[in-house]
Ligand binder design. Sequence first.
Ligand code: SAM
Length: 213
Amino acid sequence: MRVRNKPWAKDKIEQNPQYVVANPEDHRGKWSEIFGNDNPIHIEVGTGKGRFVTEMAKANPDVNYLGIELFESVIVTALDRIIEEELTNVKLLNVNAKDLKEYFTKGDVDRVYLNFSDPWPKTRHAKRRLTYKSFLKIYEDILVDGGEIHFKTDNQGLFEYSLTSFSEYGLLLTYVSLDLHKSDYEGNIMTEYEEKFSAKGQRIYRSEARYQN
Ligand code: SAM
């Protein structure tokens, strides 16, 4: 993804530690303290500009959301949304998904969302895909037993790869749609990328997969 550099982003993030959690490793195993309640915690890995997590937070006040995003210049837009809407059940982590175990212990997370993850189409880059087996192991190690991964993409190649990866890892596929916007699935919340790609006429794929532990 192309990211426009925003030199002020770092300062803005540091000035808002109540929204972009500073030192997330300090909250490992005790995320309920951050939210002030014991509601389930759902994370979106690669949250981008944050439309999905913020809209989900508004629609589901009994769920706590964490948006995980690598790039400061992108996460600041998600931060703006949270500040503007005064949302209390969504926070952000400006970290790399490969390090999630530093911030979460087994059972901290109730659900993982992956939306329009970078496809990394070259085979030699397969390990970077957020549905590669090493990432599935990381999610397993932070999710509750029987936790779920909900995945959406416009990329047929990544979708096929991911369904195989889920299944080879031993996850149970409980939902698959090959054309989400023409399906009877209710309550879909569009991400920024989803809106962009569907406006171009591209179909959207969606799956739900559950760990069998
Ligand atoms: N989910 C958003 C959407 O659907 O509009 C953004 C999709 S964008 C194609 C993928 C996002 O994932 C980018 O913002 C990228 O910086 C982020 N990302 C990719 N790899 C990541 C990683 N290892 N850790 C955290 N974020 C990552």
